[in-house]
Design a protein around this ligand. Structure first.
Ligand SMILES: Cc1ncc(COP(=O)(O)O)c(C=O)c1O
Length: 401
């Protein structure tokens, strides 16, 4: 059994700095590089596609990801990134003019909103914005109030990128199922760190990129579509891998009609990104060896420790206002900061950088985000650095009132 301490050694980047930038991109393990290199070596050697295992990477990646979220392999298609997955899903839905889709713009990632604006432009749907809850989480109550007989889709993030709030997917999944509304979850900020089961939460579609908490490369993502729903959809793009070719060669022209592949495989199109898929299989393998529930417990503990420590020294924390919505992200900032307060957050980020502490900034907020390779000693080092900065700059809690 791989322990978190064993796994940490594979993430050599975490040994050289305090890496809390996971919400922007996770660290790549050395085994992912090795897997990608094996693929490149095979291509240099000119191996046969029909027989060489490096070309199994697509199937392996889909299987590996499927088991991480409680899906089956035929419910997964590879994408280029989160946004690609959102758009593949949204453009395949059978929209009618006057339908509506619900999203919480204040906290949702802009790419989920743009995907819906596109449907508004092309199909005349209404994009219904709902307010976030008082703790800047996605409000299931607000979504329930906004649903009517023309609502076809709700898009939510499982953890919001801008406020770090965890969405109550159990309640939302039940609501959407009861009201006959399709639920699409942007899981970019959670899969790999937090446990998500698409069946338990009645999720119809789920998108994620490989580069954040899956610790994989850029340019690869996964889209899950519930099997029965996928079987009812027609993809926007078609290519030879979308079609059930039977025994025919992929280069054969075929007849005038075609049979779509079952499940999410109809959303495959042309050649796969084998090198990235190889790397992702290696990365996901580590997460699965430790198990996501163990990672979840670890990252939630670290986030809570940091949250409490930062509050205790007088720094303003936007996340964690409601215990039920706590995640592995700690967002420092204010809802509407003054210019001076914005500058203070940036100055603190710069100071942390001088201490080799890496955090990301979004909307003048500092995002501290945890993954399996982070430790409680690192949390103490961040708190010590923040205290040092406040003392040196004569900053106190009153600066953030
Ligand atoms: C919640 C969320 N959705 C979508 C995206 C966009 O991801 P990509 O650039 O892989 O499409 C991000 C990236 O930061 C994100 O955090």
């Amino acid at each position: 059994m791989t322990t978190i301490d064993d796994a940490r050694l594979l993430f050599t980047g975490s040994l050289g700095c305090i890496y809390l930038e996971n919400s922007a991109r996770g660290l790549l393990p050395t085994t992912a590089r090795d897997a990608a290199l094996r693929y490149y070596d095979a291509r240099i050697a000119g191996v046969a596609k029909e027989t060489d295992p490096v070309f199994d990477a697509e199937t392996q990646a889909c299987e590996s990801f499927a088991s991480l979220v409680g899906a089956t392999q035929d419910e997964i298609t590879l994408t280029r990134n989160v946004t690609d997955g959102l758009n593949i899903f949204v453009t395949a839905l059978p929209w009618k003019t006057g339908d509506n889709a619900i999203v919480s713009k204040e906290v949702e990632h802009p790419n989920g909103v743009y995907a819906l604006y596109n449907m508004r432009q092309r199909h005349g749907i209404e994009v219904r914005m709902v307010d976030a809850g008082p703790d800047l989480s996605i409000s299931v109550d607000a979504i329930a109030r906004a649903i009517d007989s023309r609502t076809r889709l709700v898009i939510v993030s499982s953890v919001t990128f801008s406020t770090g709030a965890r969405t109550d997917l159990a309640a939302l999944g039940q609501l959407c199922q009861a009201r006959g509304v399709t639920l699409l979850v942007d899981a970019a900020q959670s899969v790999g760190a937090l446990d998500i089961d698409v069946r338990a939460f009645h999720i119809d579609g789920l998108v994620v990129g490989a580069s954040k908490y899956l610790c994989g490369p850029y340019g690869l993502g996964f889209l899950y579509i519930r099997r029965a729903l996928a079987d009812s959809l027609h993809p926007t793009y078609l290519g030879r891998y979308s079609i059930d070719l039977g025994n025919a060669h992929e280069g054969d022209q075929g007849g005038n009609t075609y049979q779509l592949m079952p499940g999410a495989k109809r959303f495959d199109s042309g050649s796969y990104n084998y090198s990235s898929a190889s790397a992702a299989v290696a990365s996901i393998g580590i997460l699965k060896a430790i198990t996501v529930p163990v990672i979840e417990q670890h990252v939630l503990q670290l986030a809570k420790l940091l949250d409490e420590g930062l509050r205790a020294i007088g720094l303003p924390i936007l996340s964690g206002g409601n215990e039920r919505h706590r995640s592995h992200l700690v967002l420092m900032g204010l809802r509407q900061p003054t210019t001076e307060q914005r500058q203070l957050f940036i100055a603190l980020s710069d100071f942390l950088m001088t201490k080799n502490i890496r955090v990301s900034q979004r909307q003048a907020r500092l995002r501290f985000s945890f993954h399996l390779y982070n430790t409680s000693d690192e949390v103490q080092a961040v708190l010590a650095a923040a205290r040092e900065w406040m003392q040196a700059q004569y900053i106190s809690a009153s600066h953030f009132k």
